[in-house]
Design a protein around this ligand. Structure first.
Ligand SMILES: CSC[C@H]1O[C@H](OP(=O)(O)O)[C@H](O)[C@@H]1O
Length: 353
């Protein structure tokens, strides 16, 4: 049994697991430049909100190494430009902007360029390490909520390879397997990029977790026929009122959970909260290449020139969410009040959020 990792920093080099090649090829690629990092995020070689943030942080630190100026002011301008560049790689996961802003803030603590470069890398490593600890805590909290429930459905891949380790929605299954706790996980294939079929099935099999693959359209029938007891998903951005953006198809599952009266859990680190926005209507929804839908393995499956709508995410209203599981605890409605209360308590303790 081994919990797969998608991001490795060996002190000099950043390597990522090329998630576009999974499950048939396990290939790590080295990202040497900020451009390499941008392309890896844009093309989903690395994907998953926390993993995108961690990789972008290393990308900013790598890019900074190449800025040859002794002027701190000029360096800060270079970093500002690099932050905008990396932020443009994908719009929905707030973890990307959160990580880049955290590094940019560190630069203002430096008194010279060399120190600034060291601070950037040190902060990227900290974000990487913190995320692994956060995901483990999310898994612990999720295990308490799933007590007595075995059959659980999920969508996309909110797993170890979407984070530093363990994952968010999949964290309880990895931890459960380590402890001999049996789960029967039903993974939606997650068209059009198939993160469920290609990534979640593969990842859970590495941990000897019992996983069954279904098509997205089978969700309602499976909940009924198999007696699904809970649904747990990841998140890309959570608004101040708890409205949650996640992979397209998540909203469908939340509606089904309501209809079948089973709990619908969102699992995410607090770096996924975006208190700048009141509700889900302000969350930018990435629209991707139409050929993700019209083609399969490069061959057209729809008439050429077919009109396509390809949103990569949807927004689940907080009213449909039973609880949001974070590393700092479990949040239930009233989300507006309880999210700000939880974050305020963390800030009082001097924790980075
Ligand atoms: C813990 S991963 C969060 C989130 O990111 C995934 O999207 P993508 O595969 O497009 O990066 C999916 O929405 C996961 O739930």
């Amino acid at each position: 049994m081994s919990i797969p990792l998608s991001i490795k920093w060996n002190g000099q080099q950043l390597t990522i697991l090329d998630q576009q090649k999974l499950p048939h090829l396990i290939e790590y690629v080295t990202l040497e430049t900020i451009e390499d990092v941008y392309e890896a995020i844009f093309s989903l070689k690395v994907r998953g909100a926390p993993a995108i943030g961690i990789t972008a942080a290393y990308g900013l630190a790598l890019g900074a190494q190449r800025h040859e100026t002794v002027s701190l002011g000029a360096f800060q301008q270079y970093i500002k430009k690099d932050v905008s560049y990396l932020n443009a790689s994908r719009p929905t996961a707030v973890n990307l902007a959160w990580a880049l802003n955290r590094l940019q803030d560190k630069v203002s603590e430096a008194t010279n360029v060399e120190q600034a470069k060291q601070l950037l890398l040190a902060e990227a490593i900290k974000i990487h390490e913190e995320d692994e600890a956060s995901c483990r805590r999310i898994g612990e909290h999720a295990l308490t909520l799933l007590e007595g429930r075995t059959k659980v459905m999920t969508i996309c891949n909110a797993g170890s390879i979407a984070t530093a380790k363990y994952g968010t929605a999949l964290a309880p299954f990895h931890l459960g397997s380590e402890r001999g706790r049996h789960f029967d996980v039903y993974a939606c294939e997650t068209r059009p990029v198939y993160q469920g079929a290609r990534l979640t099935v593969w990842e859970l099999q590495q941990s000897n977790v019992d996983v069954t693959l279904i098509t997205d359209s089978m969700a309602a029938h499976t909940i009924k026929a198999k007696g699904i007891e809970a649904i747990i998903v990841g998140a890309d951005r959570i608004a101040a009122n708890g409205d949650t953006a996640n992979k397209i198809g998540t909203f469908n599952l939340a509606l089904l959970a309501k209809a079948f009266n089973i709990p619908f859990y969102v699992a995410a680190p607090v770096s996924t909260f975006d208190l700048e926005i009141e509700d889900g209507t302000a969350i930018p929804i990435e629209e991707r290449n139409p050929e993700e839908i019209t083609h399969m393995n490069g061959r057209p499956i729809a008439p050429l020139g077919t009109k396509v709508f390809n949103p990569a995410f949807d927004v689940t209203p907080s009213q449909l969410i039973t609880a949001i599981i974070t590393e700092k605890g479990i949040i239930t409605a009233d989300y507006q009040k309880n999210i700000s209360r939880l974050l305020a308590a963390s800030i009082r303790k001097g924790e980075k959020i």
